[in-house]
Design a protein around this ligand. Structure first.
Ligand SMILES: C[S@@+](CC[C@H](N)C(=O)[O-])C[C@H]1O[C@@H](n2cnc3c(N)ncnc32)[C@H](O)[C@@H]1O
Length: 325
């Protein structure tokens, strides 16, 4: 709800209909990292309704365009499920665009609004140094960077910076001048140490479970590094400004998931983490039959971490609205 409200406000205040409508009779929206639904349908519907409201608010209701929506994810995404569960009452045309959003996906100046929710924290790859036994950034005995050395952290941060720059360069080609890019991302508040981030504590607990189980060798844990990075508002703003193609129209850190005074729902947390990383673990260890045990143990171990005392209290969701210059 918080995100929907922010998107509505940004479209109402920042979308320049005169400028955009001069480029095409069809309004093109892309949801990048869409997965299989239903969140992507909800997000797209919200964007469309906000654009329609904007047309109405400036007295152009009769000129509201048709909408073409592109759903993007990796080619391995289950697009069949996505398409078979599309809302029957949808008021837009649909196409799928497979491929990584770290490269070009669309023709020059062809998109009016790009939406990316909970996907930009996935790196394009694990930074090579953390896998190199001869590098000071070798990430021994850990699967993540938050409680690792500064060298490991710097390698992850550099990979994220490179990925964000590639993402922005590709979108700069594809988004029309005045078009919007709306990002919903996991984040850590400025000034909070990475070891205190909710995601850091969670992935540390998962790493300990993998080691404890004894079913998985130390060298296998050494070789596993999650390709995920949690940014901060300050870091993200610096990367966007350094890229230079977009102006920051809104940036807000908030918390969508839980209320501060509510206890942590560990079962929900475990389900969420399992959905995110099970594929990575199975691919790495080749042992899908161990997953119930791994996540059973994770559930118990993570319960000991007072995640709510850390960054959850200060915000875990970063909303960023960019406008193509
Ligand atoms: C946690 S899901 C988010 C799904 C949906 N956007 C939502 O908000 O619920 C992240 C999705 O991003 C996709 N993804 C990650 N990296 C990507 C990339 N480089 N290019 C395209 N999709 C990517 C994943 O395959 C996954 O489906």
């Amino acid at each position: 709800m918080i995100v929907e409200t922010m998107i509505n406000e940004v479209i109402a205040e920042k979308l320049d209909i005169d400028k955009l409508s001069s480029t095409s009779n069809t309004f093109h929206i892309a949801d990048l990292g869409c997965s299989v639904g239903p969140n992507t349908y909800i997000a797209v519907q919200n964007v469309i309704e906000a654009v329609e409201s904007k047309y109405k608010s400036i007295g152009l209701a009769s000129e509201t365009p048709e909408f073409q929506v592109f759903f993007n994810d990796h080619a391995t995404n289950d697009f069949n499920t996505l398409f078979t569960s599309l809302p029957p009452e949808k008021s837009y045309f649909v196409a799928c665009v497979p491929g990584s959003f770290y490269g070009r996906l669309f023709p020059q100046s062809s998109l009016h609004i790009v939406h990316v929710s909970y996907a930009l924290h996935w790196l394009s790859k694990v930074p090579e140094e953390v896998l190199d036994i001869n590098s000071p950034a070798w990430n021994r005995g850990k699967i993540y960077y938050t409680s690792a050395s500064d060298e490991v952290f710097n390698a992850y941060a550099a990979q994220f910076a490179n990925d964000v720059n590639n993402f922005l360069n590709a979108r700069a080609e594809e988004v029309v001048s005045g078009g919007l890019v709306l990002l919903v991302m996991t984040a850590i508040p400025d000034g909070v140490h990475r070891s205190q981030s909710a995601s850091g504590m969670i992935y540390d607990a998962l790493g300990l479970c993998l080691m404890d189980m004894g079913l998985i060798s130390e060298s296998q844990v050494d070789a596993l590094n999650l390709p995920v990075y949690t940014t901060s508002p300050k870091e993200m703003a610096g990367l966007i400004q350094g890229n230079g193609h977009f102006s920051i129209e809104k940036m807000k850190l908030t918390d969508p998931l839980m209320r501060i005074d509510e206890p942590v729902d560990m079962q929900r947390c475990t389900t969420h983490i399992r959905a995110a990383v099970e594929g990575v673990l199975v691919k790495h260890f080749g042992c899908s039959e161990k997953m119930d045990e791994i996540f059973g143990r994770f559930n118990q171990k993570a319960a000991k971490y007072s995640v709510m005392d850390a960054s959850y209290k200060k915000g875990t969701l970063l909303f960023v609205a960019l406008k193509r210059k």
